[in-house]
Design a binder for this molecule. Structure first.
Ligand code: A5P
Length: 234
C-alpha cells in the first residue's frame, strides 16, 4: 500500500470511529457497505468484544457486510417493521445539502431500504467525496432488472442528450446485485441541474428498481481529511 492509500484508509477509519459514537447499547444498527462502512462494523464488533456495547442488533445492507459483521461477533437480522435506530454508511458523492450518490459498491437498493427506515442516518467518508453538486465526479448507479435490460439501458440513455449508460461488469462478467439484478452506471454529458427531477424520471422508467440518488436521507456526515474529521449537518 502506498503512503497515500494508507492515509486514505486512516481518514476512512477516523470518520467511521466518529460515527460509531452514535451507537449505544440496545440499539438496532444499519450496517452500510463499502471500504469506509467496513471500519464502522469493525469498531462496533470491537466494542462488543470489549464489553462496551451490549445487545446490539446489526441490519446489514449487503451479504458482504453481513459476513463481516458476523465475523466480528455482531448479531444480525433482516430489516423489520421496527426499522433501525441509527444507520452508518459511506457515499460516493456528498453535496452541501447532504444529498448523496451511493451504489458504487453495488448495494444501493438494500442501503436505501435500510437508510429510509433509519431514525438517524450517519454518512462516513473522506474529503474526496465532497462535491459542489451531484453527478460531477462519479457515474450514477441504477439497479435494473436483468430481464429486458437492453431496452431499459436504451431508455435511460435517452433521458438526457448525450447520456451514457453502461452495464457494470467485473472481470468480463456482468455484476449481479444481492437482489439478482444488474447495475447500470449512468454518466451525463450536461450538469444535472435538478437531481430530484432526474431521479423521478429514472425511477419511473419500467425495469428500474432504484437509483443511487439518496436525496434527503442523511442527517449528519463525518468527513475526514488532512485537517481532521469535519462534521456536516443537514
Ligand atoms: C455501496 O453500494 C456504496 O453505496 C458505498 O457505500 C459507497 O460506494 C462508498 O463506498 P466506499 O466507502 O468504499 O468509498
Amino acid at each position: 500500500m502506498t503512503d497515500r492509500q494508507s492515509q486514505l484508509e486512516e481518514f476512512k477509519r477516523l470518520a467511521a470511529l466518529e460515527a460509531v459514537k452514535h451507537v449505544k447499547s440496545g440499539m438496532t444498527v444499519g450496517l452500510g457497505t463499502g471500504s469506509t462502512a467496513k471500519y464502522a462494523i469493525l469498531e462496533i464488533g470491537r466494542l462488543i468484544q470489549d464489553g462496551k456495547l451490549a445487545e446490539i442488533i446489526g441490519v446489514p445492507t449487503s451479504q458482504a457486510s453481513e459476513d463481516l459483521a458476523r465475523s466480528v461477533g455482531i448479531n444480525v437480522q433482516e430489516l423489520t417493521a421496527f426499522g433501525v435506530d441509527v444507520a452508518i454508511d459511506g457515499a460516493d458523492e456528498i453535496d452541501p445539502n447532504l444529498d448523496l450518490i451511493k451504489g458504487h459498491g453495488g448495494a444501493l437498493v438494500r442501503e436505501k431500504v435500510v437508510e429510509f427506515h433509519a431514525r438517524f442516518f450517519v454518512v462516513v467518508a473522506d474529503t474526496s467525496k465532497l462535491v459542489p453538486e451531484l453527478c460531477s465526479k462519479v457515474t450514477l448507479p441504477v439497479e435494473i432488472l436483468a430481464w429486458g435490460s437492453r431496452a431499459t439501458v436504451n431508455t435511460l440513455a435517452g433521458l438526457q442528450n448525450g447520456a451514457q449508460v453502461r452495464l457494470r461488469t467485473k472481470e468480463g462478467q456482468a455484476v449481479v446485485s444481492d437482489n439478482g439484478n444488474l447495475i447500470a452506471d449512468m454518466s451525463f454529458r450536461f450538469p444535472v441541474t435538478d437531481v430530484r427531477e432526474m431521479d423521478a424520471r429514472i425511477r419511473h422508467t419500467p425495469g428500474v428498481v432504484d437509483t443511487g440518488f439518496f436525496l434527503g436521507y442523511a442527517n449528519i456526515a463525518y468527513v475526514a481529511g488532512p485537517g481532521g474529521v469535519e462534521t456536516f449537518k443537514r
